[in-house]
Design a protein around this ligand. Structure first.
Ligand code: BGC
Length: 756
C-alpha cells in the first residue's frame, strides 16, 4: 500500500477516525481504501488477547496463553538472554494470534517499594531496566511483532494514577526516570510507545509536546507511533499537536469529531492529522506485510521454557550452613498454601489466562518422604491456630521444613499502592512457629516487591522466587533440590523498614502533586550514600558455589571522554558445583564538584562456570558511563577527574577496583559576573593573572581587621582564606579600602569573560 497516497485519498473524517481505536484492542479499518484493522494486546510476560467484546479489566475472556515470569523476576535474572527468549516466545504467540503489537515492556522506575505495579516493572536502577527492556523488545520484534514500551513517563505510583502530576527536576528525569526509555528507543527501536496517565511537570504525558515530540522523536529518533494509555486522553486536540498518534481505546467517535472540527476551524493543522495517520499506518503495514499466522504456538514447549527461565530468576537470599540444596531423600515438610496455589503473577491488565499452572506440590506430591500442610488461608490475614498446630507437627516430623509464603493478590496490584511492607500476619506467624518447631526451616517467597522479614534470623534459608510465571512450582523444586544453581540477583534494594526508603516522605504526594524530591537518590543510590544498613542490597544474591574475582585490567589508566575504556576481569568458580555468577560493574566518581551517588551500575554480565573454571568477562564503557546530566548545558557532561571502576557482587560488596582518569572534552560555560566568588574564579587558571592584584587587595583589607590581639585570635589565617574564597567580586567595593571603583569591576568582569 502506498501510505501517503492512501492518506491523500481519505476524507478528513476517515483520517480523524484512524486516530482512535475501533474498540478496546483494534485500530480502525478503512475498507474502501483497503486499510486493515490491527490488533494490540496486553502482556508482556505472556499474551493477554481478549475477545473483541471484552473490556480491558476483564480477565477470564482472554485466550489461554503461557504466563512467563513477571518483570520483577526477569530483571532479577540479570540475564539479557532470559528476556530475549521470553520476547521471542511472545512474538511467536502474537504471530500465531494475529496481534500486531504487544503492550509492554513496562519500564517505570521502582521509586518506592510501595508502587502497586512494581511486580511488572524491572528495577530501581535505570541501567538494568534499560538493558532488560532492550532485550525483551528485540526478542518480540525479531518476530515482526511490535512492542509498546510503557508508561512514558514518571508513572511510578498507582495512587491517583490518572490525575497525579509527577514533578521532577531535569537531572532526575535524565539520570533516573528516562534512560530506560531512551536506551530502548535508541537501540531496540520499539514500534510504539505508550504514554502514561499522569502529568509530567504540569502537562499530561499524552499532550506533552516536549516529551512526545522534542525528546522522544527529536532527540532519540523514535519513528513509530505513540498511543495513549487506556483512557488517558484529556484534551484530544492538544494531544495531536503534542505528538500523540493513537487514542486508546475508542472515544465513541467524540474525539474524532472534535479533531475534524478543530481542523475545519483552523485550530489544528490537517498536516498533523496526516502525520499521525502515516505513523499508525506505517507500523500496521510493517506487521501486515510480515504476517505469519502459520507460526506454531507450542504452549507445552513454552511451559518448559517458562520453567527453565523462572529458575534463572530466583534469588537465594540466605543459606545458613548450606542447608540448600536439599537431598532428594530428605524428609521434607512442605508448608503453606502457596505451595499448592503459587502466586505467580500480578493483578490487572498484565494478568494472563494461564494455559496451565504447576505448583511445587504438583511436582513434590509423588516424592516419598514429602508431606504437606496448608498453614494459612491465602485470603485470610489472621492466623488460624488449628492450621498452625498442624504445620508445627508436620515440621517436627521432618528433617527440613519449607514454608511457601509471600504476598496475596490483594496486597499488590495495578490500580493502587501498598501502604506497608509486611506479609499477612497469618504467614509471618506461620514462619515463626515452624522455625521454632524445626531449626532447618527454608522460606520460599512469592511476592512482586520487597517485604520486611522480622523472622529472618530464625530461618536458615530464604529463596526469593518473585512472581515466577505459570511454571514456577517446577522451577522452585529445581532450585531447592540443586537441579539448578540459583543465580538471580536483586534488581532492587530491600530496606530494613519502609521509612528508610528515600521517597518515603514524599511518595504519593499531596492530592495530585507528587514531587520527586529525593531526586537522583533512588534505591541503592540513597542507601549507599547514607551508609544505611539494608535488609538486602541491590545486586545481592547467593549461589550454591563460590566465585573468586582476579586480575582486573583496564585498557587505559587515562582516557578522554570521547574514547572508550575496556575493562576485563577473571572470574573463577572455586566451589564444587556448576553455577552462574552475575558480574556487576559500578562506576564511582572520585572527585566531583557535583553531588553524585557513591556508585552507579554501568555494566553486568552473567557468566556460567564449571567447578574450577575461569572465564574473562569484558565490559566496554563509553562517556555515558562517566557522565552526569548538566542542567546548564542541558546535556551529558563528564567532569575531568578520577573514576573508580568497581567490580562487585552487589552494590555493597565490591571485590576489585581500579581507577581511570577521564578528561572531559566539553566545557560548562560559567560566565563571570559581579557575584562570582574568588574561590570559583581562582579555580580557573586563565584568570590567575588578572585576579592577582585583587587578591593582594583583599589580603590587605582583611589583615587590616586584625589590629588587636583579640581579633588576631578570632581571625585565623584559615578563616581569612575562607573569607576571601567566599567573597564575591562586588564586595571589593566594601572591602577594598576605597581603592576599587565600580566601573573597574565591570571592566574586569568583561575582561575575564573575553579571555580565550
Ligand atoms: C494499563 C496499561 C495497559 C492498558 C490496556 C491500562 O490500564 O495502565 O498498562 O496496557 O490498560 O489494558
Amino acid at each position: 500500500m502506498d501510505i501517503k497516497a492512501t492518506i491523500a485519498a481519505m476524507t478528513l473524517e476517515e483520517k480523524a477516525g484512524l486516530l482512535s481505536g475501533l474498540d478496546f484492542w483494534h485500530t480502525k479499518p478503512v475498507p474502501r481504501l483497503g486499510v486493515e484493522s490491527c490488533m494490540v494486546s496486553d502482556g508482556p510476560h505472556g499474551l493477554r488477547k481478549q475477545d473483541d467484546s471484552a473490556d480491558h479489566v476483564g480477565i477470564n475472556d482472554a485466550i489461554k496463553a503461557v504466563c512467563f515470569p513477571a518483570g520483577c523476576a526477569t530483571a532479577a535474572s540479570f540475564d539479557r538472554d532470559v528476556l530475549t527468549q521470553i520476547g521471542q516466545a511472545l512474538g511467536d504467540a502474537c504471530q500465531h494470534e494475529g496481534v500486531s503489537v504487544v503492550l509492554g515492556p513496562a519500564v517505570n522506575i521502582k521509586r518506592s517499594p510501595l508502587c502497586g505495579r512494581n511486580f511488572e516493572y524491572f528495577s530501581e536502577d535505570p541501567y538494568l531496566a534499560g538493558e532488560a527492556a532492550v532485550s525483551l523488545i528485540e526478542g518480540v520484534q525479531s518476530r515482526n511483532v511490535g512492542t509498546s514500551i510503557k508508561h512514558f513517563a514518571l508513572n511510578s505510583q498507582e495512587h491517583r494514577r490518572m490525575s497525579s502530576d509527577s514533578r521532577a527536576d531535569e537531572r532526575t528525569l535524565r539520570e533516573i526516570y528516562l534512560p530506560a526509555f531512551e536506551q530502548a528507543v535508541k537501540r531496540a527501536k520499539p514500534w510504539t510507545v505508550m504514554c502514561s496517565y499522569n502529568l509530567v511537570n504540569g502537562t499530561y504525558a499524552c499532550q506533552n509536546h516536549w516529551l512526545l515530540t522534542e525528546l522522544l522523536r527529536g532527540e532519540w529518533g523514535f519513528d513509530g507511533y505513540v498511543m495513549s494509555d487506556w483512557g488517558a486522553v484529556d484534551d484530544r486536540i492538544a494531544c495531536v499537536a503534542a505528538g500523540l498518534d493513537l487514542e486508546m481505546p475508542a472515544s465513541g467517535g467524540e474525539n474524532d469529531r472534535r479533531i475534524v472540527q478543530a481542523v475545519r476551524e483552523g485550530k489544528l493543522p490537517e498536516s498533523l492529522v496526516d502525520l499521525c495517520c502515516e505513523r499508525i499506518l506505517t507500523i500496521n503495514q510493517r506487521f501486515l506485510e510480515n504476517r505469519k499466522p502459520e507460526t506454531p504456538w507450542d504452549k507445552q514447549a513454552q511451559h518448559q521454557l517458562a520453567r527453565r527461565l523462572a529458575a534463572e530468576c530466583m534469588v537465594l537470599l540466605k543459606n545458613e550452613g548450606e542447608l540448600l540444596p536439599l537431598r532428594r531423600e530428605a524428609k521434607v515438610a512442605v508448608i503453606g498454601a502457596f505451595a499448592k496455589q503459587p502466586r505467580y503473577q500480578g493483578g490487572g491488565s498484565s494478568h494472563i489466562n494461564s494455559a496451565q499452572v504447576t505448583s511445587a506440590w504438583d511436582v513434590l506430591a509423588a516424592w516419598p518422604g514429602v508431606t504437606y500442610a496448608p498453614g494459612y488461608h491465602i485470603q485470610t490475614d489472621e492466623p488460624e491456630e488449628a492450621l498452625l498446630l498442624e504445620a508445627e507437627a508436620a515440621a517436627r516430623a521432618a528433617e527440613v521444613a519449607v514454608v511457601f509464603a509471600g504476598l496475596p493478590d490483594l496486597y499488590e496490584s495495578e490500580g493502587y499502592d501498598r501502604t506497608h511492607l509486611s506479609m499477612p500476619p497469618a504467614q509471618e506467624a506461620l514462619i515463626e512457629r515452624v522455625a521454632k518447631a524445626n531449626p532447618n526451616t527454608v522460606v520460599v517467597l512469592h511476592n512482586g516487591s520487597p517485604i520486611v522479614m522480622p523472622w529472618l534470623p530464625r530461618v536458615k534459608a530464604v529463596l526469593e522466587a518473585y512472581l515466577g510465571g505459570q511454571a514456577v512450582g517446577g522451577a522452585v523444586v529445581d532450585v531447592l533440590y540443586g537441579e539448578v544453581n540459583p543465580s538471580g540477583r536483586l534488581p532492587e534494594s530491600f530496606p530494613l523498614k519502609l521509612s528508610d526508603n528515600p521517597s518515603y516522605p514524599w511518595y504519593g504526594g499531596e492530592k495530585n502533586v507528587v514531587e520527586y524530591r529525593e531526586g537522583i537518590f533512588v534505591g541503592y543510590r540513597w542507601y549507599d550514600q547514607k551508609e544505611m544498613p539494608v535488609l538486602f542490597p541491590f545486586g545481592y544474591g547467593l549461589s550454591y558455589t563460590r566465585f573468586a574475582y582476579q586480575n582486573l585490567r583496564l585498557s587505559h589508566t587515562a582516557i578522554r571522554d570521547t574514547d572508550t575504556l575496556t575493562v576485563q576481569v577473571d572470574v573463577t568458580n572455586t566451589g564444587a558445583r556448576y553455577g552462574k555468577e552475575v558480574v556487576q560493574l559500578y562506576v564511582a566518581d572520585r572527585e566531583s564538584t557535583v553531588i553524585r551517588p557513591v556508585r552507579e551500575l554501568k555494566g553486568f554480565e552473567k557468566v556460567a562456570l564449571a567447578p574450577g573454571e575461569t572465564k574473562t568477562v569484558a565490559f566496554t564503557l563509553d562517556s555515558r558511563a562517566f557522565a552526569y546530566w548538566n542542567e546548564a548545558l542541558h546535556d551529558w557532561h563528564v567532569e575531568t577527574g578520577a573514576f573508580g571502576i568497581q567490580i562487585g557482587r552487589s552494590s555493597r560488596d565490591i571485590a576489585l577496583e581500579a581507577d581511570v582518569t577521564v578528561t572531559g572534552t566539553t566545557v560548562v560555560p560559567e560566565p563571570v559576573t559581579l557575584n562570582s566568588i574568588f574561590m570559583d574564579l581562582l579555580a580557573v587558571p586563565k584568570y590567575a593573572q588578572a585576579m592577582q592584584p585583587l587578591i593582594d587587595l583583599m589580603q590587605q583589607a582583611f589583615s587590616g581587621h586584625s589590629v588587636d590581639a583579640d581579633v588576631e585570635t578570632a581571625v585565623s589565617p584559615e578563616m581569612m582564606q575562607a573569607m576571601i574564597a567566599y567573597t564575591p567580586l562586588r564586595s571589593l567595593l566594601s572591602f577594598g579600602n576605597g581603592q576599587v571603583r565600580y566601573d573597574d569591576l565591570v571592566a574586569l568582569v568583561d575582561q575575564l569573560n573575553r579571555l580565550p
